[in-house]
Design a protein. Structure first.
Length: 259
C-alpha cells in the first residue's frame, strides 16, 4: 500500500466512524411521537389465544347498525412485524349482512411495522385493477376531507358449487400520525425522515385499512357503503384530523379553511 492509498483508507475509516457516531448520537436523542389513534391498555391476542401485546388500538364494537367481533392477529403477521407493533382488528357486519373488515397497525420505535399493502394483497391472490388517491368527507368533530388510497381488486374464489366465481374487493387505506394524514406511502416516509432530522421525534404512524367485498358491476354501491362506514367510524378511534373544510355560500364547491 502506498501513501496515497493509506491516506484514502484513513479518510474512509474516519468518515465511516464519524457517521456512525452522529447516527448513534441522534438515535440516543430520538423520541417517539404521539399516536394519531386511540391506544388503550387492553391486550391483543394471536390465533391460538396467546397475548401478542398488552396494549391495543381501540376500535368501536358498534358503528351505525354494524355489530362486530375482534379478529385475532394472524401468526404470519405477528412473526413478520416488529415486537413493538400495536394492533387493532375488528370485523363488522351490518343488519343486512354487508361486511367490512377494519384493521390498524401502529408502529413503535421500529418503522418497519408500516408497509405498502399492494405486495400483501397480490400475494394473497388479489389482482389490483385500479389505484386511486381520493378523499372521504368526515363530519366530526368538524367537516374535513380524509385523504385515502382506494384499490379496486378482483379475485376468483371457489363458490358453493365448487366452481370459480369472480369477487370484487375494495380496499381503502391511509396513514395517520399526530395531526398528520396521508394516503401516500412515500409522503409518510418523507415526513418521517424530515421530522426526525428537524426535531429528533420519530412520529408514531399508524396504517389504517378497510376491506369490503361485492360482485363485479357493483363497485359504486360498494364504495358508497364503505364511505358511509368510514365516515362514521373514524371519529370514534382516530385522534388526528385534517384542515376544516367549509362550504362556499350558494355553492357545492368546498375549500380548505382554518381551524
Amino acid at each position: 500500500m502506498n501513501w496515497r492509498e493509506g491516506v484514502a483508507l484513513a479518510l474512509a475509516v474516519g468518515i465511516t466512524a464519524g457517521g456512525a457516531w452522529v447516527l448513534a448520537q441522534r438515535q440516543a436523542r430520538q423520541r417517539l411521537g404521539v399516536p394519531g389513534v386511540r391506544v388503550v391498555a387492553e391486550p391483543v391476542f394471536g390465533e391460538d389465544k396467546h397475548v401478542v401485546g398488552s396494549n391495543s388500538v381501540w376500535l368501536p364494537d358498534r358503528v351505525l347498525d354494524y355489530q362486530s367481533k375482534v379478529v385475532p392477529i394472524n401468526k404470519i403477521v405477528e412473526e413478520w412485524l416488529p415486537r413493538d407493533t400495536v394492533y387493532g382488528h375488528r370485523h363488522y357486519t351490518a343488519g343486512d349482512g354487508f361486511e367490512v373488515d377494519q384493521s390498524v397497525v401502529l408502529m413503535g420505535a421500529d418503522r418497519t411495522s408500516i408497509h405498502q399493502p399492494q405486495y400483501c394483497l397480490v400475494g394473497s391472490g388479489w389482482r389490483i385493477e385500479k389505484q386511486e388517491l381520493t378523499t372521504i368527507r368526515i363530519e366530526q368533530p368538524y367537516p374535513y376531507d380524509l385523504p385515502v388510497c382506494k384499490l379496486t381488486l378482483l379475485a376468483n374464489v371457489k363458490g358453493p358449487s365448487g366452481r370459480a366465481e369472480a369477487v370484487r374487493g375494495l380496499f381503502v387505506y391511509w396513514f395517520v400520525a399526530d395531526q398528520k394524514l396521508t394516503g401516500e406511502h412515500q409522503q409518510m416516509q418523507w415526513w418521517i425522515a424530515r421530522d426526525l432530522l428537524r426535531t429528533g421525534v420519530l412520529e408514531r404512524w399508524a396504517y389504517v385499512t378497510h376491506l369490503a367485498f361485492g360482485s363485479p358491476g357493483q363497485e359504486e354501491a360498494l364504495y358508497g357503503r364503505l364511505q358511509q362506514f368510514i365516515a362514521a367510524a373514524v371519529p370514534k378511534f382516530q385522534l388526528a384530523t385534517g384542515p376544516r373544510t367549509a362550504m362556499l355560500p350558494g355553492s357545492l364547491i368546498s375549500r380548505p379553511g382554518g381551524l
